[in-house]
Design a protein around this ligand. Structure first.
Ligand SMILES: Nc1nc2c(ncn2[C@@H]2O[C@H](COP(=O)(O)OP(=O)(O)OP(=O)(O)O)[C@@H](O)[C@H]2O)c(=O)[nH]1
Length: 392
Protein backbone atom coordinates (compact mmCIF):
# COMPACT_ATOMS: atom_id res chain seq x y z
CA UNK A 1 0.00 0.00 0.00
CA UNK A 2 1.36 3.39 -0.88
CA UNK A 3 0.76 5.67 2.05
CA UNK A 4 1.08 9.42 2.30
CA UNK A 5 1.70 10.20 5.96
CA UNK A 6 1.06 13.57 7.53
CA UNK A 7 2.62 13.86 10.98
CA UNK A 8 0.66 16.54 12.80
CA UNK A 9 2.16 18.06 15.95
CA UNK A 10 5.09 16.74 17.91
CA UNK A 11 4.09 13.10 18.42
CA UNK A 12 2.78 12.80 14.85
CA UNK A 13 5.95 14.29 13.38
CA UNK A 14 8.23 11.99 15.34
CA UNK A 15 6.28 8.88 14.40
CA UNK A 16 6.09 9.75 10.70
CA UNK A 17 9.82 10.48 10.80
CA UNK A 18 10.31 6.90 12.00
CA UNK A 19 8.05 5.48 9.27
CA UNK A 20 10.20 7.27 6.70
CA UNK A 21 13.37 6.01 8.37
CA UNK A 22 12.05 2.44 8.20
CA UNK A 23 11.12 2.90 4.55
CA UNK A 24 14.54 4.28 3.65
CA UNK A 25 16.32 1.43 5.44
CA UNK A 26 14.31 -1.13 3.51
CA UNK A 27 14.76 0.74 0.24
CA UNK A 28 11.02 0.19 -0.10
CA UNK A 29 9.77 3.56 -1.29
CA UNK A 30 6.21 2.78 -0.17
CA UNK A 31 5.86 5.70 2.21
CA UNK A 32 5.86 9.41 1.69
CA UNK A 33 5.61 11.81 4.57
CA UNK A 34 5.44 15.41 5.65
CA UNK A 35 5.28 17.01 9.09
CA UNK A 36 3.03 19.91 10.05
CA UNK A 37 3.47 21.81 13.30
CA UNK A 38 3.02 25.16 15.00
CA UNK A 39 6.29 24.68 16.92
CA UNK A 40 9.51 25.36 15.04
CA UNK A 41 11.76 23.39 17.42
CA UNK A 42 9.67 20.22 17.00
CA UNK A 43 10.15 20.41 13.24
CA UNK A 44 13.87 21.05 13.62
CA UNK A 45 14.26 17.87 15.67
CA UNK A 46 13.14 15.58 12.85
CA UNK A 47 15.77 13.59 10.98
CA UNK A 48 14.30 11.80 8.02
CA UNK A 49 11.56 14.04 6.68
CA UNK A 50 13.11 16.42 4.19
CA UNK A 51 13.38 20.06 5.27
CA UNK A 52 11.05 21.25 2.53
CA UNK A 53 8.42 18.80 3.84
CA UNK A 54 8.34 20.30 7.33
CA UNK A 55 5.52 22.81 7.32
CA UNK A 56 5.34 25.47 10.00
CA UNK A 57 1.84 26.91 10.44
CA UNK A 58 0.33 29.60 12.65
CA UNK A 59 3.35 31.88 12.59
CA UNK A 60 1.31 35.05 12.89
CA UNK A 61 -0.75 33.68 15.77
CA UNK A 62 1.76 31.68 17.87
CA UNK A 63 5.10 32.75 16.36
CA UNK A 64 6.52 29.27 16.01
CA UNK A 65 6.06 28.37 19.69
CA UNK A 66 3.22 25.83 19.50
CA UNK A 67 -0.36 26.26 20.65
CA UNK A 68 0.26 25.18 24.27
CA UNK A 69 -2.19 22.25 24.44
CA UNK A 70 -5.06 24.40 23.15
CA UNK A 71 -6.65 22.30 20.44
CA UNK A 72 -9.26 24.90 19.54
CA UNK A 73 -6.39 27.15 18.45
CA UNK A 74 -4.80 24.12 16.73
CA UNK A 75 -7.98 23.65 14.71
CA UNK A 76 -8.29 27.36 13.92
CA UNK A 77 -4.71 27.74 12.72
CA UNK A 78 -5.08 24.65 10.53
CA UNK A 79 -8.29 25.94 8.96
CA UNK A 80 -6.65 29.32 8.29
CA UNK A 81 -3.64 27.75 6.60
CA UNK A 82 -5.20 24.72 5.00
CA UNK A 83 -4.22 25.90 1.51
CA UNK A 84 -0.52 25.87 2.26
CA UNK A 85 -0.77 22.39 3.83
CA UNK A 86 -2.67 21.02 0.84
CA UNK A 87 -0.25 22.58 -1.62
CA UNK A 88 2.69 21.00 0.26
CA UNK A 89 0.97 17.62 -0.03
CA UNK A 90 0.23 18.20 -3.71
CA UNK A 91 3.77 19.23 -4.51
CA UNK A 92 5.02 15.93 -3.07
CA UNK A 93 2.88 14.00 -5.58
CA UNK A 94 -0.32 12.14 -4.81
CA UNK A 95 -1.23 10.41 -8.09
CA UNK A 96 0.08 6.98 -7.00
CA UNK A 97 -1.03 7.14 -3.36
CA UNK A 98 -3.47 4.49 -2.03
CA UNK A 99 -4.33 6.24 1.23
CA UNK A 100 -3.55 9.21 3.44
CA UNK A 101 -2.73 8.60 7.09
CA UNK A 102 -2.70 11.53 9.52
CA UNK A 103 -0.71 10.72 12.66
CA UNK A 104 -1.14 12.79 15.85
CA UNK A 105 -1.11 12.77 19.61
CA UNK A 106 -4.75 13.55 20.40
CA UNK A 107 -4.08 14.95 23.88
CA UNK A 108 -2.09 18.00 22.79
CA UNK A 109 -3.08 21.11 20.85
CA UNK A 110 -1.69 21.21 17.32
CA UNK A 111 -2.19 17.62 16.17
CA UNK A 112 -5.33 17.15 18.24
CA UNK A 113 -7.06 20.19 16.79
CA UNK A 114 -5.50 20.13 13.34
CA UNK A 115 -6.04 16.48 12.37
CA UNK A 116 -9.84 16.53 12.04
CA UNK A 117 -9.66 19.77 10.03
CA UNK A 118 -7.07 18.30 7.67
CA UNK A 119 -9.03 15.03 7.36
CA UNK A 120 -12.11 16.95 6.26
CA UNK A 121 -10.20 18.87 3.56
CA UNK A 122 -8.28 15.83 2.28
CA UNK A 123 -11.53 13.93 1.92
CA UNK A 124 -13.08 16.79 0.03
CA UNK A 125 -10.18 16.98 -2.41
CA UNK A 126 -8.97 13.40 -2.93
CA UNK A 127 -10.74 10.17 -3.81
CA UNK A 128 -8.34 8.06 -1.76
CA UNK A 129 -9.33 7.16 1.80
CA UNK A 130 -8.12 9.31 4.67
CA UNK A 131 -7.22 7.52 7.90
CA UNK A 132 -6.03 8.84 11.22
CA UNK A 133 -3.64 7.20 13.62
CA UNK A 134 -4.39 8.80 16.97
CA UNK A 135 -2.30 8.44 20.10
CA UNK A 136 -4.49 8.70 23.19
CA UNK A 137 -3.02 10.05 26.44
CA UNK A 138 -2.57 8.17 29.69
CA UNK A 139 -4.97 9.41 32.43
CA UNK A 140 -1.96 10.43 34.54
CA UNK A 141 -1.13 13.14 31.98
CA UNK A 142 -4.01 15.15 33.40
CA UNK A 143 -7.60 15.95 32.59
CA UNK A 144 -6.80 18.58 29.98
CA UNK A 145 -5.12 15.91 27.81
CA UNK A 146 -8.05 13.53 28.17
CA UNK A 147 -10.51 16.32 27.43
CA UNK A 148 -8.58 17.33 24.30
CA UNK A 149 -8.34 13.73 23.14
CA UNK A 150 -12.04 13.09 23.67
CA UNK A 151 -13.03 16.18 21.68
CA UNK A 152 -10.56 15.45 18.92
CA UNK A 153 -11.56 11.80 18.62
CA UNK A 154 -15.27 12.60 18.65
CA UNK A 155 -14.64 14.90 15.68
CA UNK A 156 -12.15 12.63 13.92
CA UNK A 157 -14.46 9.60 13.76
CA UNK A 158 -16.84 11.72 11.70
CA UNK A 159 -14.15 13.16 9.42
CA UNK A 160 -11.67 10.34 8.76
CA UNK A 161 -12.58 7.11 6.98
CA UNK A 162 -11.29 5.18 9.97
CA UNK A 163 -9.20 5.97 13.03
CA UNK A 164 -6.50 3.65 14.35
CA UNK A 165 -5.86 4.11 18.05
CA UNK A 166 -2.67 3.60 20.00
CA UNK A 167 -3.13 3.93 23.75
CA UNK A 168 -0.05 5.30 25.53
CA UNK A 169 -1.25 4.06 28.91
CA UNK A 170 -1.64 0.47 27.72
CA UNK A 171 1.93 0.45 26.46
CA UNK A 172 3.97 2.16 29.10
CA UNK A 173 5.47 -0.06 31.76
CA UNK A 174 4.51 -0.02 35.41
CA UNK A 175 6.31 2.86 37.11
CA UNK A 176 7.64 4.27 33.82
CA UNK A 177 6.66 7.82 32.95
CA UNK A 178 4.93 8.36 29.63
CA UNK A 179 7.61 10.79 28.51
CA UNK A 180 10.57 8.45 28.98
CA UNK A 181 8.63 5.72 27.19
CA UNK A 182 8.02 7.72 23.99
CA UNK A 183 10.87 6.32 21.91
CA UNK A 184 9.96 2.75 22.81
CA UNK A 185 6.24 3.37 22.22
CA UNK A 186 6.90 4.97 18.86
CA UNK A 187 8.96 1.97 17.89
CA UNK A 188 6.01 -0.29 18.77
CA UNK A 189 3.70 1.88 16.65
CA UNK A 190 5.98 1.87 13.61
CA UNK A 191 6.70 -1.84 13.81
CA UNK A 192 3.02 -2.81 13.74
CA UNK A 193 1.72 -0.26 11.29
CA UNK A 194 4.81 -0.63 9.09
CA UNK A 195 3.94 -4.29 8.48
CA UNK A 196 0.28 -3.47 7.94
CA UNK A 197 0.70 -0.50 5.59
CA UNK A 198 3.36 -2.21 3.53
CA UNK A 199 1.00 -5.04 2.57
CA UNK A 200 0.40 -5.45 -1.13
CA UNK A 201 3.70 -3.85 -2.12
CA UNK A 202 5.90 -6.09 -4.22
CA UNK A 203 9.24 -6.32 -2.47
CA UNK A 204 12.55 -7.82 -3.50
CA UNK A 205 11.30 -11.21 -2.38
CA UNK A 206 8.39 -11.25 -4.86
CA UNK A 207 4.70 -11.66 -4.14
CA UNK A 208 2.97 -13.70 -1.46
CA UNK A 209 1.02 -16.94 -1.82
CA UNK A 210 -2.15 -15.10 -0.87
CA UNK A 211 -1.59 -11.49 -1.80
CA UNK A 212 -3.28 -8.83 0.29
CA UNK A 213 -3.99 -5.92 -1.96
CA UNK A 214 -4.41 -2.40 -0.63
CA UNK A 215 -8.10 -2.64 -1.61
CA UNK A 216 -8.52 -5.40 0.99
CA UNK A 217 -7.23 -3.11 3.70
CA UNK A 218 -9.43 -0.30 2.45
CA UNK A 219 -12.52 -2.53 2.35
CA UNK A 220 -11.84 -3.82 5.85
CA UNK A 221 -11.69 -0.24 7.11
CA UNK A 222 -14.77 0.88 5.22
CA UNK A 223 -17.14 0.86 8.21
CA UNK A 224 -15.41 3.82 9.86
CA UNK A 225 -15.16 4.20 13.64
CA UNK A 226 -12.09 3.07 15.51
CA UNK A 227 -9.68 0.24 14.85
CA UNK A 228 -7.21 -1.65 17.00
CA UNK A 229 -4.24 -3.70 15.82
CA UNK A 230 -2.63 -6.82 17.27
CA UNK A 231 0.84 -8.06 16.48
CA UNK A 232 3.06 -11.04 17.31
CA UNK A 233 6.34 -12.39 15.97
CA UNK A 234 8.12 -15.71 15.92
CA UNK A 235 11.77 -16.26 15.29
CA UNK A 236 12.52 -18.46 12.32
CA UNK A 237 14.80 -21.37 13.06
CA UNK A 238 16.38 -22.64 9.86
CA UNK A 239 19.76 -23.03 8.27
CA UNK A 240 19.49 -19.72 6.53
CA UNK A 241 18.45 -17.84 9.69
CA UNK A 242 21.81 -16.26 10.26
CA UNK A 243 21.93 -14.86 6.75
CA UNK A 244 18.58 -13.15 7.08
CA UNK A 245 18.50 -9.58 8.14
CA UNK A 246 16.17 -6.73 7.50
CA UNK A 247 12.57 -5.80 7.88
CA UNK A 248 11.11 -7.42 10.98
CA UNK A 249 14.23 -8.62 12.74
CA UNK A 250 16.32 -5.67 11.64
CA UNK A 251 13.97 -3.22 13.23
CA UNK A 252 13.91 -5.24 16.39
CA UNK A 253 17.66 -5.41 16.56
CA UNK A 254 18.07 -1.74 15.85
CA UNK A 255 16.02 -0.65 18.83
CA UNK A 256 17.58 -3.27 21.03
CA UNK A 257 14.21 -4.64 22.09
CA UNK A 258 14.48 -7.80 24.12
CA UNK A 259 12.89 -10.87 22.70
CA UNK A 260 9.30 -10.98 23.95
CA UNK A 261 8.66 -13.62 26.57
CA UNK A 262 5.99 -15.32 24.57
CA UNK A 263 8.01 -15.68 21.38
CA UNK A 264 8.44 -19.16 20.10
CA UNK A 265 10.75 -20.80 17.62
CA UNK A 266 9.19 -21.69 14.30
CA UNK A 267 10.57 -25.02 13.10
CA UNK A 268 9.80 -25.68 9.41
CA UNK A 269 7.28 -28.51 10.14
CA UNK A 270 3.63 -28.01 10.93
CA UNK A 271 3.73 -24.46 9.66
CA UNK A 272 0.02 -24.19 9.43
CA UNK A 273 -0.60 -24.83 13.15
CA UNK A 274 2.15 -22.40 14.03
CA UNK A 275 0.66 -19.67 11.89
CA UNK A 276 -2.68 -20.13 13.63
CA UNK A 277 -0.91 -19.95 17.02
CA UNK A 278 0.91 -16.79 15.97
CA UNK A 279 -2.31 -15.11 14.81
CA UNK A 280 -4.02 -16.10 18.08
CA UNK A 281 -1.18 -14.50 20.02
CA UNK A 282 -1.49 -11.35 17.92
CA UNK A 283 -5.21 -11.03 18.62
CA UNK A 284 -5.25 -12.15 22.25
CA UNK A 285 -2.10 -10.27 23.25
CA UNK A 286 -1.70 -6.56 23.82
CA UNK A 287 -3.58 -4.58 21.18
CA UNK A 288 -2.75 -1.00 20.18
CA UNK A 289 -6.07 -0.17 21.83
CA UNK A 290 -7.15 -2.76 24.41
CA UNK A 291 -10.72 -3.63 23.50
CA UNK A 292 -13.33 -6.33 23.40
CA UNK A 293 -12.28 -7.95 20.12
CA UNK A 294 -15.59 -9.80 19.92
CA UNK A 295 -17.22 -6.46 19.02
CA UNK A 296 -15.07 -5.90 15.88
CA UNK A 297 -17.13 -5.70 12.71
CA UNK A 298 -14.41 -6.79 10.29
CA UNK A 299 -10.84 -8.01 10.47
CA UNK A 300 -7.73 -8.47 8.38
CA UNK A 301 -5.09 -11.11 9.06
CA UNK A 302 -1.65 -10.49 7.67
CA UNK A 303 1.48 -12.62 7.76
CA UNK A 304 4.90 -11.30 6.78
CA UNK A 305 8.06 -13.37 6.77
CA UNK A 306 10.44 -15.46 4.67
CA UNK A 307 8.60 -17.16 1.77
CA UNK A 308 9.41 -20.69 2.99
CA UNK A 309 7.66 -19.97 6.27
CA UNK A 310 4.38 -18.86 4.68
CA UNK A 311 1.51 -21.29 4.47
CA UNK A 312 -1.79 -20.84 2.66
CA UNK A 313 -3.64 -23.39 4.78
CA UNK A 314 -2.36 -21.73 7.93
CA UNK A 315 -3.63 -18.32 6.82
CA UNK A 316 -7.04 -19.82 5.93
CA UNK A 317 -7.34 -21.52 9.30
CA UNK A 318 -6.25 -18.38 11.13
CA UNK A 319 -8.87 -16.36 9.23
CA UNK A 320 -11.58 -18.85 10.25
CA UNK A 321 -10.47 -18.66 13.87
CA UNK A 322 -10.64 -14.85 13.80
CA UNK A 323 -14.05 -15.00 12.12
CA UNK A 324 -15.40 -17.24 14.90
CA UNK A 325 -14.26 -14.71 17.48
CA UNK A 326 -15.41 -11.34 16.15
CA UNK A 327 -18.90 -9.92 15.71
CA UNK A 328 -18.84 -9.68 11.92
CA UNK A 329 -18.17 -12.26 9.22
CA UNK A 330 -15.87 -10.27 6.95
CA UNK A 331 -12.32 -11.47 7.54
CA UNK A 332 -9.72 -10.87 4.87
CA UNK A 333 -6.17 -12.05 4.91
CA UNK A 334 -2.98 -13.04 3.19
CA UNK A 335 0.76 -12.92 3.35
CA UNK A 336 3.77 -11.22 1.90
CA UNK A 337 7.36 -12.30 1.77
CA UNK A 338 10.07 -10.26 3.44
CA UNK A 339 13.69 -10.93 4.12
CA UNK A 340 13.70 -11.45 7.87
CA UNK A 341 14.59 -13.74 10.73
CA UNK A 342 11.05 -13.35 11.98
CA UNK A 343 7.54 -14.16 10.93
CA UNK A 344 5.13 -11.40 11.95
CA UNK A 345 1.36 -11.64 12.26
CA UNK A 346 -0.82 -8.55 12.26
CA UNK A 347 -4.52 -8.68 13.06
CA UNK A 348 -6.45 -5.53 12.27
CA UNK A 349 -9.72 -5.39 14.24
CA UNK A 350 -11.82 -2.86 12.40
CA UNK A 351 -14.72 -0.80 13.71
CA UNK A 352 -14.55 -1.94 17.30
CA UNK A 353 -17.74 -1.47 19.35
CA UNK A 354 -16.41 -1.60 22.89
CA UNK A 355 -13.13 -0.26 24.24
CA UNK A 356 -13.12 0.59 27.98
CA UNK A 357 -10.32 3.16 27.57
CA UNK A 358 -12.35 5.17 25.07
CA UNK A 359 -15.35 5.09 27.43
CA UNK A 360 -13.09 6.23 30.27
CA UNK A 361 -11.69 9.03 28.12
CA UNK A 362 -15.18 10.24 27.21
CA UNK A 363 -16.29 10.07 30.86
CA UNK A 364 -13.28 12.09 32.04
CA UNK A 365 -14.03 14.63 29.32
CA UNK A 366 -17.69 14.94 30.38
CA UNK A 367 -16.73 15.44 34.02
CA UNK A 368 -14.08 17.97 33.04
CA UNK A 369 -16.58 19.95 31.00
CA UNK A 370 -19.06 20.01 33.88
CA UNK A 371 -16.35 21.06 36.33
CA UNK A 372 -15.22 23.87 34.03
CA UNK A 373 -18.80 25.18 33.84
CA UNK A 374 -19.20 24.94 37.63
CA UNK A 375 -15.91 26.70 38.31
CA UNK A 376 -16.91 29.52 35.93
CA UNK A 377 -20.18 29.94 37.84
CA UNK A 378 -18.36 29.96 41.16
CA UNK A 379 -15.66 32.35 40.01
CA UNK A 380 -15.27 35.34 42.28
CA UNK A 381 -13.15 38.38 41.81
CA UNK A 382 -11.85 41.02 44.18
CA UNK A 383 -12.47 43.60 41.46
CA UNK A 384 -16.16 43.09 40.78
CA UNK A 385 -18.15 45.88 42.23
CA UNK A 386 -17.84 49.42 43.39
CA UNK A 387 -15.16 50.98 41.24
CA UNK A 388 -15.65 51.50 37.51
CA UNK A 389 -12.71 50.67 35.23
CA UNK A 390 -11.35 53.44 33.07
CA UNK A 391 -12.82 51.84 29.97
CA UNK A 392 -14.78 48.65 29.09
N1 LIG B 1 3.44 7.72 21.83
C1 LIG B 1 3.87 8.99 21.89
N2 LIG B 1 3.09 9.92 22.43
C2 LIG B 1 3.56 11.19 22.45
C3 LIG B 1 4.82 11.56 21.95
N3 LIG B 1 4.99 12.91 22.12
C4 LIG B 1 3.86 13.34 22.71
N4 LIG B 1 3.00 12.31 22.92
C5 LIG B 1 1.65 12.38 23.49
O1 LIG B 1 0.88 13.25 22.67
C6 LIG B 1 0.13 14.15 23.44
C7 LIG B 1 0.63 15.56 23.20
O2 LIG B 1 0.72 15.76 21.85
P1 LIG B 1 1.91 16.53 21.15
O3 LIG B 1 2.11 15.89 19.84
O4 LIG B 1 3.08 16.66 22.06
O5 LIG B 1 1.25 17.96 21.01
P2 LIG B 1 1.19 18.91 19.74
O6 LIG B 1 0.24 18.35 18.75
O7 LIG B 1 2.58 19.16 19.27
O8 LIG B 1 0.51 20.22 20.33
P3 LIG B 1 1.11 21.44 21.18
O9 LIG B 1 2.44 21.00 21.73
O10 LIG B 1 0.09 21.67 22.24
O11 LIG B 1 1.23 22.58 20.21
C8 LIG B 1 0.31 13.73 24.88
O12 LIG B 1 -0.75 12.89 25.23
C9 LIG B 1 1.63 12.98 24.87
O13 LIG B 1 1.67 11.97 25.84
C10 LIG B 1 5.61 10.55 21.35
O14 LIG B 1 6.72 10.75 20.88
N5 LIG B 1 5.09 9.29 21.35
Amino acid sequence: MRVFFIGFGQAGGKIVDMFIEQDKKLGANSFRGIAVNTARTDLMGLKNIELRDRILIGQTMVKGHGVGTDNVTGARVTADEIDSIISAIDSRGTHDVDAFVIVAGLGGGTGSGGSPVLARHLKRIYREPVYALGIIPAPEEGRLYSYNAARSLTTLVNEADNTFIFDNSAWKNEGESVKTAFQRLNNEVVRRFGVLFRAGEVGRMGVGEMVVDSSEIINTLRGGGITSVGYAISEVQSKTTKERKGFLGGLKDKFGAKREANEEVLLGEDRSAKIVALVRRAMLGRLTLPCDYSTAERALVLLAGPPDEMDRKGVEKAKSWVEENIAGVEVRGGDYPVNSEYVAAVVMLATVGNAPRIKELLDIAKETKEDVIKSKEKKTSMFEEGIDPLFE
